[in-house]
Design a protein around this ligand. Structure first.
Ligand code: G4P
Length: 532
């Protein structure tokens, strides 16, 4: 089959890539991610009124109503992509689920992001889920911009907050804005780059974009008196002892610019957006599996970072999210799937905004396209046109919870295996088998127990299969290889199961036994990260 490719308009691709910013927000539940997302969309003109994205009733992603939300496919649960423009910059905001049990999902989303906003609650600082996601972001070398939220309420003093960030995350905070007034009696922020005062005024419910009053130093002193003087004294202290902001330090992941604000009243959101424009990196060439780089302006290539079936009851199908890594995507183009070597027609592609879909005709590096009815695509697949390329697989976390799954309806044998295979391909759960071929009682592996609930629920609703889960004694798993599997099978404290793509997994009933085995067999590969 010979295919004539249209020549790539390299200049256009480079220009479009340079005005893309693709980022995610990482935070602990309740820090204000939903609120900040709404406000960013409001500032980006993507919604006219905050609240349009999340109906109030379906907003909260707490554990108790998670299943309900999952049913409704609320966007704070299943990751989707939001696109908006600001000052000629095209933003792609990749949503991440807030709950710890879905950290694997976040890992996949971060594989598609070029930067992340770390959102902290002014009173709580770095919380457990922030820390977990931060570690994932750091392991991927993702630059972080920090937003300290809820400054309208009592919380940590700003100097204390910077100290806290540095201690807990070993990350150097460089304040770009500085609060005037104490937390709870917040007057606004000084923009340290030009010394101007951005005065805070409560907008009613923050529903529309608030006009920000910008004053020079003299007017600020007149307006705020002691609060302004205190802020200036703190800034002098910071000049001597704090970290200066330097773009290269941000990119190497050692330093983070810090912004203070109050998302609920829109305050500081505009400054954060312009910081993302200037500080967050535009897409860069991605390293390939053979450790080269595919230039941005070469032919189209992209990586599948998420597959979601039955995402919206109105469209019962399977949607693959592809992050464009190079070239120009054009609807209807043919690509090759590097894993299978098979051609793939990108005929049905969508721009996914929350639950709505619009047909997408073209896209550039940094953009995310939704490929509709993508039954042949899996997480980690590379699609390309022109010169072949393959990007490294996306790492996934080794499961920490294990359950045997049993089909309760003998007549639904086929649906049982098909459903499990699909959910495993989507990355909802790890499917582990005893050997080659279908296993009547396979083992499910998960990073958090909620993944089991989703699996059981979806098997029943989407495949009509009732299953039962039985506990196992395994507590820890590691990726190994064929040689390692042989040694492990001979050890009476270890077990070997086969995971996705035939990769053998070593299982142990305790960390202690794993560590002892690793000491006794240093030659055996035991890797914490899996691949997808
Ligand atoms: P999440 O997605 O990170 O879980 O957080 P979400 O945005 O849902 O915000 C959690 C709560 O914090 C909400 O209050 C929200 O209004 C509040 N919040 C967000 N940003 C700010 C802020 O800057 N200042 C203050 N004071 N509160 C903020 P809620 O009472 O749980 O819900 P609601 O009734 O206000 O909607």
């Amino acid at each position: 089959m010979s295919e004539v490719l249209a020549p790539v308009d390299t200049r256009r691709v480079a220009a479009e890539a340079s005005r893309r910013r693709t980022f995610a927000i990482i935070s602990h539940p309740d820090a204000g991610k939903t609120t900040l997302t709404e406000k960013l969309l409001l500032y980006g003109g993507a919604v006219q009124q905050a609240g349009a994205v999340h109906g109030k009733a379906g907003r909260r992603a707490v554990t108790s109503d998670w299943m309900q939300l999952e049913r409704e496919r609320g966007i704070s649960v299943t990751s989707t992509v939001m696109r908006f423009q600001h000052d000629d910059i095209a933003f792609n905001l990749l949503d991440t689920p807030g709950h710890r049990d879905f950290s694997e999902d976040t890992l996949r989303v971060l594989a598609a992001a070029d930067a992340a906003v770390m959102l902290l609650d002014a009173a709580k600082g770095v919380e457990p889920q922030t820390l977990r996601l931060f570690e994932v972001a750091r392991s991927r070398g993702i630059p972080l911009v920090t937003f300290v939220n809820k400054y309208d309420r009592p919380g940590m003093e700003p100097l204390e907050m910077l100290d806290h960030i540095e201690q807990v995350l070993e990350l150097e905070p460089a304040a770009v804005t500085w609060p005037v007034g104490i937390p709870g009696d917040f007057r606004g922020v000084v923009d340290r780059r030009d010394g101007t005062f951005h005065r805070y005024s409560r907008s009613v419910g923050g529903a529309t974009r608030a006009g920000e009053q910008v004053l020079d130093a003299e007017a600020a002193l007149q307006a705020e008196g002691d609060a302004w003087t205190t802020a200036q004294e703190e800034l002098e202290l910071l000049e001597g002892a704090g970290h200066a902001l330097d773009g290269s330090e941000l990119l190497n992941g050692r330093r983070t610019p810090v912004f203070f604000g109050s998302a609920v009243s829109n305050f500081g959101v505009g400054l954060l957006l312009s910081a993302l424009e200037r500080l967050a990196p535009a897409p860069a060439p991605r390293p390939t599996i053979d450790e080269r780089e595919r230039p941005l302006d070469s032919d189209f290539s992209g990586i599948v970072f998420k597959v979601q079936a039955n995402m919206d009851p109105r469209h019962r199908d399977r949607l693959a999210f592809v992050r464009v890594c190079s070239g120009r995507f054009e609807r209807g183009m043919r690509a090759t799937n590097a894993r299978t070597g098979k051609p793939f027609a990108l005929a049905h592609t969508a721009d996914v905004f929350g639950q709505d879909r619009e047909t997408l005709d073209e896209a550039f590096p940094g953009d995310v396209i939704g490929v509709v009815n993508a039954s042949d695509l899996r997480v980690g697949d590379t699609l390309y046109s022109g010169d072949p390329v393959e990007y490294p697989p996306i790492p996934t976390l080794a499961p920490e919870f294990f359950m045997k799954v049993r089909n309760r309806q003998a007549t639904k044998h086929k649906q049982f295996h098909r459903g499990l295979a699909q959910l495993a391909e989507e990355g909802v759960v790890h499917l582990l088998r005893r050997g080659e071929g279908p296993d009547p009682t396979p083992v499910l592996g998960a990073v958090g127990p909620l993944q089991f609930e989703v699996t059981v629920d979806r098997l029943q609703r989407e495949f009509g299969v009732e299953v039962a889960l039985d506990p196992t004694n395994w507590k820890v798993a590691r990726r190994t290889d064929a040689a390692g599997a042989e040694v492990l099978r001979a050890d009476r404290h270890a077990d070997v199961l086969i995971g996705g793509d035939g990769v053998p997994l070593a299982l142990f009933t305790s960390e202690f036994l794993l560590e002892r085995f690793a000491r006794e067999h240093p030659e055996v590969m035991l890797d914490k990260l899996l691949r997808s």
